[in-house]
Design a protein around this ligand. Structure first.
Ligand code: URA
Length: 237
């Protein structure tokens, strides 16, 4: 790949920025100063340094975002802001996409990556990756609802849901719950509660497989996954 693309991908700004950087004679490939933006480098075999610091090439990007409400889980949208719009240029040029969708009004954990293989594995219905949601529900949520979710409920389109686990945090006129499901049907949590005559008034995803939402992330913020989080996700899902 060209050195300007390599450095741009690694967060050194646009190709124009990289051209200026190259002019400053601080970029070396295998110990030789490089000034030509068109120069090719082998991302694996060559050693690239900028101002003496080695730049290791990473092909994939893995981010966790605390998705805010009002933003669409898509790479582009005609009318609304997307989760990709919330990323900086340094991340956007890797062309990440959201792994699965959260509704426009849903908040919480969203994984963004350009690693299609991992995304496919996490989303595959065969893998039964568990997703846990926190929700506030209008109406009293009961142990019977928990039993119903455990054995599976029938959604408005006739689909019978798989085993799901309900934890009642507080039951009242407005209840607070956590629900763990292993599938990802459209509006699944909302439709599961509809099937027992209740309405979700607030929904937030807390975890996906072994990956948990970092409580330090404010709405709209994101960060890179740690090595440990990534390994956990790849190994255990
Ligand atoms: N279930 C829903 O109803 N909405 C979401 O965004 C995610 C799960």
């Amino acid at each position: 790949m060209r050195i300007d693309k390599f450095l741009s991908n690694m967060g050194f700004g646009s190709r124009k920025d990289v051209k200026i950087l190259l002019k400053s004679k601080t970029v070396e490939v295998n110990g030789e100063v490089i000034r030509d933006a068109k120069q090719h480098v082998d991302e694996v075999a060559d050693t690239v340094t900028v101002a003496g610091e080695e730049v290791e090439y990473a092909e994939f990007i893995y981010l966790m975002m605390n998705k805010p409400p009002g933003v669409i889980s898509a790479t582009e949208d005609k009318y609304d802001e997307t989760v990709i719009d919330l990323l900086g240029e340094g991340e956007r040029h890797f062309e990440p996409f959201p792994v699965g969708r959260l509704d426009k009004d849903t908040e919480g954990l969203l994984l963004l990556t350009n690693d299609g293989k991992l995304a496919h594995e996490l989303l595959s219905p065969k893998k039964h990756v568990a997703k846990t949601y926190y929700a506030r529900i209008e109406g009293h949520v009961t142990e019977e609802d928990g039993e119903a979710f455990k054995s599976g409920v029938v959604l408005d389109d006739g689909y019978q849901t798989k085993e799901a686990f309900l934890k009642i945090l507080q039951s009242g006129a407005e209840s607070e719950i956590e629900l763990t499901i292993t599938e990802g049907k459209f509006h699944q949590v909302k439709r599961m509660f509809e099937s027992v005559g209740k309405e979700v008034v607030y929904l937030k995803r807390l975890s996906m497989g072994s990956l948990e939402l970092d409580p330090e992330l404010d709405l709209g913020e994101y960060r890179y996954l740690t090595e440990e989080e990534l390994t956990g996700l790849k190994e255990k899902k």
